[in-house]
Design a protein around this ligand. Sequence first.
Ligand code: FES
Length: 163
Amino acid sequence: MKSNGKLKQRFTFSDPERVEQIFSQYSDKKSATLPLLHLAQSQEGYISNSVIENIADLVDCHSAVVMDCVSFYTMLYTKPQGRHIIQVCQTLSCSLNGADALVDHVTDKYEIKPGETMANDRFTLMKVECLGSCGTAPVVQINKEYHEGLSTQKFDKLLESFE
Ligand code: FES
C-alpha cells in the first residue's frame, strides 16, 4: 500500500477465528455485516470509520451500506461511550410512569444530557425507544441489564453502585 508518509492506523479484528466463524454461518457475505459490527464494537467500544471501511471490505460492499446499517441500530455507537451506558426508555408506558424524571435526575446529578458522556467517562446517558418491558415501567437498561419499576430514589441508589 502506498502512503503519503503518515502511518494511518486501520482497524483489524483481534480475533480472526471468530470472524471466520461468523462468515461460516451465512451463505451471503453481506448477511455477516451486523454480527461483525457487534464484534467490532465489543472490541473497540464503538464503530469508527475505520471499522466501517474494514467491514465493507470484508463483506464486499460500499462503506455507505455498512454506515446505513450502523445508523439504523441504536445499539451501535459511532463515538466512544462511557464505562456504563444508561438507556432510559422514553416510550409511552415508561413516559407516563416517570421516565422523564429519571432522565432529569441523571442530568441534574451528573450534568449530562441525553447523548452525552461524563468527562470522567463514568456514564453515558441515552433516551431509547421501548425496551419491551412496558408492564414494569419505567424501565432503564444499564449496560446489559434491565432495571424495572424504578422510582427516582431506587434509581439514585442503583447509579451509586456503578463506579
Ligand atoms: S414503553 Fe418502556 S419498556 Fe415499553
